[in-house]
Design a protein around this ligand. Sequence first.
Ligand code: 2PG
Ligand code: MG
Length: 418
Amino acid sequence: MSEISGVLAREVLDSRGRPTVEVEITAGAFRGRAIAPSGASTGAAEAWELRDGGERYDGLGVRQAVDNVNQVISPALVGSDPAKQASVDQILLDLDGTPQKKRLGGNAMLAVSLAASHAAAAMAGVPLHTHFHRLMDEVDESDLQPAMPTPMTNMISGGLHAGGNLDFQDVLAIPVRRVDYPLLLEWLVKIYNRLGRLLQDAGMEGRLVGDEGGFGPRLGGNREAVEFVVRAIEAAGLTPGDDVAIALDVAATHFFADGRYQLRAEEVSLSSSEMVDRLEAWTNDLPIVSIEDGLAEEDWEGWTELTERLGDRVRLVGDDLFTTNTERIQRGIDAGAGNSVLVKMNQIGTISETLAAIALARRADMSFVVSARSGETEDASIADLAVGVAAPEIKIGSIVRSERLAKYNQLLRLAEQL
Ligand code: 2PG
Ligand code: MG
């Protein structure tokens, strides 16, 4: 067995050109490296992203978080066994000691926690997904087998991820026919390209893309964005609803103000029930199978109503609502709010807590989606996480831009191994 002999952090850049934390863990001859991603449409309950403020990078530098790794975390972790993820993470949690990881920074902690997983996989001589699978087995004894996830792929971007006028953050295409992953990817690329052409033909500045590579056109309204993607599925020679359906990330927290949903693209302000009416009407008319953050993060009553009305036919995914946090997921289970959990490692800040969130969702018969952030890097660990924990779905963004392709391509490799 090797022990951790070094923990080294540095500042690197993410896909928006913003600083983030990279960590390398050395254990004898073995090494693990990981980079923390970063969100834009963040939930209020997320693990704290520690930023420096001041002049550098308009205040977004992460030198303090890097120093926390090098000066506080490193001395405490040297000598530990990286294979004991729970103990590594407990050391991080004890050192931090705050509910939202504000002392060390969730960005510092996640990069360390994930680098430990990589080092442990290297030590054991197994791929990362196998290591995650073993860790998952320790917290969830349900005889889970590794499996390929279905991607839900961003086609049109709005909200805080694009400069257009759309309120809804993502319109995604999600294959519903079970075919092999390489063919799914081919379909998704074809739909994306057909959509670009359709937007261009309609006179939109369709080739402009948002932070995750989805098209960011200015359209007449949110529903038009969904209709364009449905047409693109048809233009790709596929049947909407049978081959490929629609998923939405409404990201409603970010247009919820004064107790109402303020839809700028449509110049209306809706109550919670009216928002549910609208989502229900769309679901009746359009092949929508999944709606993420259809309501705001603190609108728990609205979420219960949404789930009562749509939960038997649509996956209602909590992102800002749950923030990969077992306490919030449990509150959702108790209140019948949502039926699926979005899983983002940096939303909670350690691998152990991420796996606990997945285990809780599974015990409650909730679905879950492993998700990237809008600020990503070449770190492709979520592909291995999704396979190792047999996530039904994965959300990576669009099928352009290398920080997204790093994950789609890693899934191609994993598809060969399974
Ligand atoms: C989301 C994510 C990814 P962000 O809302 O689901 O699309 O966005 O990383 O900005 O929170
Ligand atoms: Mg979301």
